[in-house]
Design a protein around this ligand. Structure first.
Ligand code: DOR
Ligand code: ZN
Length: 348
């Protein structure tokens, strides 16, 4: 019977941007990432962020101990930059392969970014050093000035911060994380540089801000950068359909308990790990771009980071898959992206 279903075999993908948190949440959400991905960049914005090698090693070993499905799963660690980050620590961490990059969060730009960078000038010495040792810089690319309209924060970040930064450090390898606007797409396409790439999430490919307010507010669709207008969604979908090597998979799966999302001040983040890869394949299929699907998932990322391409293969089958309604963790639960919805693809 199975043979009646359309199948795609691809090199096992990597997720170049995921939040898996700690303790009970980590144990519960990690299997979803292990199932679909061979490696994943684990974001460092814990309550106590990963700011040095000791914290990264301890977090990495907890993740490895929590692996259930894939003993070869590789968590790739990132250093959360502060203005106190020591160059010695960065160099040691990068050369010893504890860190594969560092992350720039402007102060208060998102979850647990309250120790982020206030003024970009404060870390020029760090960025110069990273350029020298060829350590990639991952960026949450949104302005943090609360007077800037939330829908403009990404494009203003490019004009006010990123472009001047790239002029100053032209050979610093930069990944603009979870891009959401046509401005970011054109910026990456026009630069067409081995020093600039972007990750794209499944939710920004599948949805726009209308979905967040359809018939009432949908707090589970609140994330940062916030969902944009459909013209931006269209630009992202076109970007991945052109086969440009400077775009790759970063799910930004970001679990929060339901009680913290449905709250007078709800947290930003969408937990998409149970379905992220299945969402991407649907979008590529809708865009008639399946020929570029494997590059986006499994090749562009490692090529940009100068890492080997995985050897493992996975098979996706065109067969309905129902996303779980909720993930229970003790007395709490998390509502996954597309909870209870049926997707057209599943993993074999
Ligand atoms: O929506 C988001 N959630 N965006 C981020 O940048 C952080 C993430 C989180 O950690 O919850
Ligand atoms: Zn993120």
């Amino acid at each position: 019977m199975m043979s009646n279903f359309k199948k795609i075999k691809i090199i096992k993908p990597d997720d170049w941007h995921v939040h898996i948190r700690e303790n009970k949440i980590l144990k519960k959400v990690l299997p979803y990432t292990e199932m679909f991905y061979q490696r994943a960049i684990i974001m460092p914005n814990l309550k106590e962020p990963i700011i040095d090698c000791k914290k990264a090693l301890s977090y990495r070993s907890k993740i490895i101990q929590s692996c259930k499905l894939n003993k070869k799963f590789q968590p790739l660690m990132i250093c959360y930059l502060t203005k106190e980050t020591s160059l010695k620590e960065l160099k040691y961490g990068f050369l010893k392969k504890i860190f594969i990059g560092s992350k720039l969060y402007l102060n208060n730009s998102t979850t647990n970014a309250n120790t982020g960078i206030n003024k970009i000038n404060d870390i020029f010495h760090i960025l110069e050093f990273m350029q020298k040792i060829k350590m990639p810089l991952l960026i949450h690319g949104e302005e943090n000035n609360p007077n800037i309209d939330i829908y403009d924060r990404e494009s203003k970040f490019i004009d006010n911060i990123l472009e001047p930064l790239r002029k100053k450090f032209p050979e610093l390898k930069i990944i603009l994380e979870h891009i959401t606007t046509k401005e970011s797409v054109s910026y990456i396409e026009e630069n067409n540089s081995p020093y600039l790439a972007g990750t794209i999430t499944p939710h920004h490919l599948m949805l726009n801000r209308n979905n967040m307010f359809f018939g009432g507010i949908h707090p589970n669709l609140y994330c940062l950068p916030i969902l944009k207008r459909n013209t931006h969604q269209i630009a992202l979908r076109k970007a991945i359909s052109n086969g440009n090597k400077n775009f790759f998979l970063g799910s930004d799966s970001a679990p929060h308990f339901y009680k913290n999302k449905i709250n007078s001040i709800g947290c930003a983040g969408i937990f998409n790990a149970p379905s992220s890869l299945l969402c991407y394949v649907s979008v590529f299929e809708e865009m008639n771009a399946l020929k570029y699907f494997e590059d986006f998932c499994s090749k562009n990322g490692p090529n940009f980071y100068n890492l080997p391409i995985n050897k493992e293969i996975i098979t996706l089958v065109k067969k309905p898959f129902k996303v779980p309604s909720k993930i229970t963790i003790g007395k709490n639960f998390i509502i996954p992206f597309l909870s209870n919805k049926v997707l057209q693809w599943s993993i074999l």
